[in-house]
Design a protein around this ligand. Structure first.
Ligand code: SAH
Ligand code: SF4
Length: 343
């Protein structure tokens, strides 16, 4: 039996029509499971008895098990969910003035293995299914009894290494009969898998694209992200330009400020030359230190000087506060801790 949270509206319609039911039943089911959070087909009272019986023998409505929840001083909440094969994944809920934003995980572990990232400490064990991504949103909404208004696909894993499932996930959370999270309220972040950036551009959606750049040149980027040896910066930035041309959307470059590595004025100058002319803004991120690595976050004055230098050179950039750092709410950290210390 398949978990129903794997189905897009389209695929559910096809299943239903195949089985002799009406396509519009799929909308009713979406409404029950995503609007009303009903977890029992028999409670879907506007469906025929025959359809409920079909659903019961074809699909499950199984949920993720909430294993642990932590709340940071700034209100950021971190959820650790247990998958049916006992792997633990995390999702992080951030409170903003514009709503609640959930950071969703796409893989168990990550094969990209960036040298600063806790998620990369563990090789990819497996991709998450569509349902396992959807259930992070369902689970958090159920626990909090509140609507998630924004989704950022920036948890553990490389979303474009699990491309098809991530696209179905976006389809489901964006669907007007489901969560109805607007495309402009959804952001997908990639370490820079060029062919998938091109494929994503062709979809011409309004979904936001963020690129983890983190360096002003190939030399530094290759040390931080070995994916740069496969897709060097020129190839990556060319694909970003194509994306902007095709979609007319502005991209975000994520740039973690690492003390002495990429945070000096000369790096800001190199970076601004590199990305000049691209419709983009740079999101400067404060590094959340990882025990196993020696990288340090930038000094406050270096971070501010870097930010000011980008602005001076005509590059849009923001420098934000780190959120939830007292509960290790950056990529992959709680999970590794639980494994080592057994919370
Ligand atoms: N794999 C994708 C998405 C998940 S990582 C990607 O790399 O884009 C989401 C973001 O968190 C990336 O920009 C990543 O570089 C950043 N990140 C990873 N570890 C971090 C840490 N310890 N502190 C701050 N940001 C971190
Ligand atoms: Fe994977 Fe992203 Fe972490 Fe790199 S930064 S190891 S791509 S999750």
């Amino acid at each position: 039996m398949k978990n129903i949270y794997n189905e897009t509206l389209k695929s559910l319609e096809l299943h239903l029509v195949d089985a002799g039911f009406k396509a519009f039943n799929a909308k009713q089911i979406f409404n029950w499971i995503y609007r009303h959070k009903v977890v029992d087909f028999d409670a879907m009272l506007n469906l025929s008895v025959k359809l409920r019986a079909y659903l019961n023998r074809t699909f499950t409505l199984e949920q993720l098990e909430l294993f642990h929840k932590q709340v940071a001083a700034d209100g950021t909440k971190k959820y650790l969910f247990k998958l049916t094969d006992d792997h633990l994944i995390e999702a992080v809920l951030m409170q903003h003035d514009y709503g609640k934003s959930l950071c969703v995980t796409t893989q168990v572990g990550c094969n990209i293995g960036c040298s600063f990232c806790a998620s990369g400490l563990e090789k990819r064990v497996r991709n998450l299914t569509v349902a396992e991504m959807v259930m992070q949103v369902v689970g958090v909404e159920m626990v909090e009894q509140e609507r998630v208004s924004h989704v950022v696909i920036m948890g553990t894993g490389e979303p474009f290494d699990n491309y098809d499932a991530v696209m179905d996930f976006i389809d489901i959370i964006n669907n007007p009969h489901g969560f109805e999270i607007g495309a402009r309220h959804i952001t997908v972040s990639t370490s820079g898998i060029v062919p998938k950036i091109d494929a994503f551009a062709k979809r011409k959606t309004q979904v936001n694209l963020a690129i983890s750049l983190h360096a002003p040149n190939d030399e530094i980027r290759s040390k931080l992200m070995k994916i740069n040896d496969v897709y060097p910066m020129n190839a990556l930035l060319a694909s970003v330009r194509r994306y902007v041309d095709e979609t007319n959307r502005r991209v975000t470059f994520e740039y973690i400020l690492l003390a002495g590595v990429n945070d000096q004025i000369k790096h800001a100058n190199l970076l601004s030359d590199k990305i000049r002319g691209i419709n983009a803004y740079v999101n400067l991120i404060r590094y959340n230190p990882v025990l196993e690595f020696s990288y340090k976050p930038s000094q406050e004055e270096d971070a501010q000087a870097f930010h000011a230098q980008l602005l001076k050179r005509g590059i849009n950039a923001t420098l934000r506060k780190e959120r939830g750092s007292d509960i290790d709410a950056a990529c992959g950290q709680l999970r590794t801790k639980v494994k080592k210390q057994g919370v």
